[in-house]
Design a protein. Structure first.
Length: 405
């Protein structure tokens, strides 16, 4: 049987939702589940590693949390081998769907209420071609756990593209103004996940101290960058392979972690070896009794639109991309007619003296106090390729990037 081309757009954007609400569904504030955080973090390094294989010598910036959230919503409609392969790829195979939904509901509620001085907005929405009807249980579960409303839309009307892109622009605070160029006339569903981040450093850099400095790119070219700098007691980690610092935002509930390779290591070899265990070691073993001379470049980065199909297939999700796919719980009457055709991602970040602003878009297209001690000194000079991660104190990774040029 030929599959009917269907589209899901799973977008990391900002803020709240716009949609037509048919009925009041109580929002689930969820239950904290370390298996969801651990699985999301492991998937974050998996997907970043796969993308790094393609963009070895290029800057990369993504929101792994967005990709996980979008695919987790889609997972609610999967059955059998399709469900198993998606759970394995997402590193969520040891958790049932109800517990997974509760875990994501907790993260959505927790992150958006984490810190009054850090803006984190998460939104989800479902756009349904006006000739189709969503599976009621799927619609309820996604509304309850992910706060996603369903809206009927005429995908054959060119204005539908503008409607969705306007939503994208609004939810990313205009950082991303377009994710859809056109909608296939056979599309049935567009599913959007959105996250927007704006955080001020707990200890801001003095703009008057920012100076032009050399930055050696991954291909050994020397370029000029605006280098921020300060000397302070900064969380510091070092082992034989990496040196890292922790730069908190707001009240310290969420931070940027910057990682430089040591010795003969390069940034790509560090990325190859990064996993959730090393991530937890880095976070938990930060030393706060060093006075660190820190130099970090100001930078803006835009990544994508990047297709994630091959990366997800390489991670074991191939069943969802071909005729073997089985998503019976998404659209009424199309139980055997849906598969994923493309997963795309776009993200932007702006790092400066005051803090960080970031947003990302993912689209999935488917067919049908201690005693005083002597302070030691350390340095962290990011004048060469480095990895950076924005994450919270529980280990959740919102954004991850690599600056090499």
């Amino acid at each position: 049987m030929n599959k009917i081309l269907t589209m899901f757009f799973l977008l990391v954007l900002s803020s709240t939702l716009i949609a037509c609400e048919k009925e009041t569904v109580p929002l689930n504030e969820g239950v904290k589940n370390p298996l969801v955080t651990e699985g999301n973090s492991e998937f974050a390094f998996d997907i970043f590693r796969e993308l790094n294989n393609d963009d070895y010598n290029e800057n990369i910036f993504i929101s792994p949390f967005s990709i996980s959230s979008a695919l987790a919503m889609t997972l609610n409609g999967a059955v059998g081998d399709t469900k198993d392969s998606m759970q394995t790829t997402l590193q969520l195979k040891d958790i049932n769907i109800e517990d997974m939904n509760n875990g994501f509901a907790y993260l959505n509620h927790m992150l958006t209420n984490l810190d009054d001085d850090v803006e984190i907005n998460i939104a989800n929405s479902l756009w349904v071609k006006d000739e189709f009807t969503m599976n009621k249980q799927f619609e309820f579960d996604i509304k309850s756990n992910f706060n996603a409303n369903a809206t009927l839309l005429d995908f054959e009307d060119d204005k539908s593209v503008d409607v969705i892109n306007e939503w994208v622009s609004d939810k990313t605070n205009d950082l991303i103004d377009e994710i859809i160029i056109g909608i296939d006339p056979y599309a049935a569903l567009i599913l959007i996940n959105a996250i927007y981040f704006n955080g001020s450093w707990q200890d801001e850099f003095d703009p008057s101290k920012t100076q032009s400095r050399d930055f050696t790119t991954i291909d050994k070219n020397v370029i000029q960058v605006d280098m921020m700098n300060r000397t302070d007691e900064i969380g510091f980690y070092e082992d034989s392979e990496i040196t890292a610092v922790k730069l908190p935002y707001g009240d310290g509930s969420i931070s940027m972690y910057c990682v430089l390779p040591n010795g003969n290591e390069d940034i790509n070899s560090v990325i190859r070896e990064m996993n959730v265990d090393k991530w937890n070691d880095l976070r938990n073993e930060m030393n706060y009794f060093y006075e660190v001379t820190l130099e970090l470049p100001k930078f803006k980065m835009e990544y994508g639109i990047k297709e994630l199909n091959d990366a997800l297939i390489n991670l074991g999700m191939d069943v969802a991309f071909d005729e073997r796919a089985y998503f019976p719980d998404l659209i009424e009457g199309m139980e055997d007619n849906l598969y994923i055709n493309a997963v795309n991602h776009k993200a932007v970040v702006d790092v400066g003296e005051g803090g960080t602003e970031a947003a990302a878009v993912t689209s999935v297209v488917t067919a049908p106090g201690a005693s005083p001690i002597e302070i030691e000194e350390r340095t962290f000079i990011a004048n060469r390729p480095f990895l950076f991660i924005i994450g919270d104190e529980e280990g959740n990774i919102l954004f991850m990037g690599k600056k090499v040029t």
